[in-house]
Design a protein around this ligand. Structure first.
Ligand code: ADP
Ligand code: MG
Length: 249
């Protein structure tokens, strides 16, 4: 994923003020910053859930959300943007599972109804994914019968069922009771070990230090500091990064 000088306003609210960011294939990149700094907006721009005002975002060399013609960008038809989005999985703070569907049905529904996979094949992959997230025994449970940590692991499995090239996580553990955070981070860590490209908005510093290849600190819609976890989290150069870290650590 490459973002080049991405700008975004909501009316008078100038939210992204020229974001540059590169995440190489297979890398895990953690994004942190105070509330309101534009992290969620930026993630949503990466899969074109939000338009951008200028700049560009590419995933695997393809411009997201726009078609290039001469030196101008034209917004893609929603159908084409949806097609690009199939390759980009997203996991939100709230689990967003369909409440009337079992864990298995939550995982099989997009492969079947969006990609046209057959039921048997979708079910086979879903069972593999349930095993990967440690919930093989919960296939027939409804979300209301699962803990928050289990629901979030199902949400990760559901995103993976579309076989994405890039996974975006927006504070995936911040709505969880503390004792459930670890099981979700463990699933994310094992996903990272498979070589998945991941952009993770999180304030879990232990995870960022252990798993991230790069860390980006954002404040006020700008990238303040970028580097290895060691550089950004242990020896931050900027006062704003230092002040933020002293509050979250
Ligand atoms: P963060 O995730 O870092 O907390 P956000 O990206 O959620 O920050 O928000 C950044 C700013 O953008 C905030 O001022 C927020 O109110 C504003 N914002 C986010 N989404 C919208 C929206 N859909 N419409 C209007 N303003 C929005
Ligand atoms: Mg946010």
């Amino acid at each position: 994923m490459t973002a080049l000088d991405v700008h975004k306003s909501f009316g008078d609210n100038y939210v992204l003020k020229g974001i540059d960011m590169t995440v190489k294939r297979g890398e895990v990149s953690c994004l942190l910053g105070p509330s309101g700094s534009g992290k969620s907006t930026f993630l949503r721009c990466i899969n074109h859930l939000e338009t951008i005002d200028s700049g560009r975002i590419e995933v695997d060399g393809e411009v997201i959300g726009y078609r290039e013609h001469g030196d101008k960008l034209y917004e893609l038809h929603p159908r084409e943007a949806a097609k690009q989005r199939e390759n980009i999985g997203m996991v939100f703070q709230r689990f967003n599972l369909f409440p009337h569907m079992t864990a298995l049905e939550n995982i099989t529904c997009s492969p079947m109804f969006v990609k046209g996979e057959g039921r048997a094949e979708a079910k086979r992959s879903a069972i593999d994914l349930l095993e990967r997230v440690g919930l093989a025994d919960k296939a027939d449970s409804y979300p209301s019968e699962l803990s928050g940590g289990q629901q979030q692991r199902i949400a990760i499995a559901r995103a993976l069922a579309m076989k994405p090239d890039l996974m975006l996580f927006d504070e995936p553990t911040s709505a969880l009771d503390p004792e459930l955070v670890g099981e979700v981070l463990d699933v994310m860590k094992s996903l990272a070990e498979t070589g998945m490209t991941m952009i993770v908005v999180t304030h879990e510093m232990g995870f960022a230090k252990e798993v991230a290849d790069t860390v980006t600190f954002m404040d006020g819609g700008q990238v303040v500091e970028y580097g290895s976890p060691e550089e950004v989290l242990v020896r931050p150069q900027h006062g704003r990064t230092q002040a933020f870290l002293s509050k979250v650590l």
